[in-house]
Ligand binder design. Structure first.
Ligand code: C5P
Length: 234
């Protein structure tokens, strides 16, 4: 599961379906961020060819959050063979057999992407869990799913800044924690409710920081990414 050698921990989230707009972002940040992230919106509109056009040689986190029966998820992972992503996401709620199948399928790919689990979407609150019949608190459920992800052979999970310490303590130092909801000092929170600065997230134990609009909407995305890196004093 080792292909995580990106030059720094900042992953720039590009949330658009527009190929040219995405290319422009990549061009301006490719020398200053460790990787870019493309997700469902972009992939659904432009497919693998669009992803490859935009990513080029820039390390890619392909965030498609697969969730289906084990055989289908394993097939979807294998179908990323033509896309050189170093990191892919699946939903941990698909269960152990699905996660194991995904981890195994990734090992069969030449680039051996890290398979990262999504636990509970941060858009879901306590009452949303109750609506789908889950009795645990959000944080209990996140810990339970992170543990299951680790037992199933996943490389790590996506978590909110406020879950970093608890998951780091539970899962040990080698389990990757990928953290969105990051806002540099002074930048707008946008629709993110539970935010943290890059420096604090790293000091609490995050491995990768997913940062979108603070970089993509900055006057100079490249300078913003460099200034975030500078502030991390790595
Ligand atoms: O623009 P912003 O920095 O808020 O973008 C964060 C990125 O991380 C987006 O691509 C968003 O979909 C993703 N994300 C998130 N919260 C999660 C999981 C993923 O914001 N819990």
């Amino acid at each position: 599961m080792e292909n995580a050698t990106i030059k720094n921990p900042i992953i720039c989230a590009i949330d658009t379906k527009d190929v040219q707009a995405a290319k422009n972002v990549v061009q301006s940040v490719q020398n200053s961020v460790g990787a870019i992230k493309l997700g469902l919106e972009f992939f659904t509109a432009n497919g693998a060819a669009g992803v490859n056009t935009v990513a080029g040689d820039t390390p890619l986190f392909l965030d498609l959050k697969f969730h289906d029966i084990p055989n289908t998820v394993a097939g979807a992972i294998r179908s990323t063979a033509g896309i050189n992503a170093f990191m892919l996401t699946i939903h941990t709620q698909g269960g152990k057999a699905m996660m194991q199948a995904a981890a195994k399928a990734a090992q069969d790919l030449p680039n051996k992407p890290m398979i990262i689990g999504v636990t509970i979407l941060t858009s879901m609150a306590q009452e949303d869990l109750e609506d789908i019949g889950l009795k645990n608190s959000v944080s209990e459920q996140v810990k339970k799913l992170a543990n299951l992800a680790q037992e199933s052979g996943l490389a790590g999970v996506v978590c909110s800044p406020h879950e970093i310490e608890i998951l780091r303590a539970q899962c040990g130092k080698d389990f990757k924690l990928i953290v969105p909801g990051i806002r540099p000092e002074g930048s707008s929170a946008g629709d993110q409710k539970r935010i943290m600065t890059p420096k604090e997230a790293i000091s609490r134990g995050a491995d990768y920081l997913v940062i979108g609009r603070p970089i993509t909407e900055a006057k100079s995305p490249a300078s913003m990414a460099m200034s975030i890196m500078g502030g991390l004093s790595l």
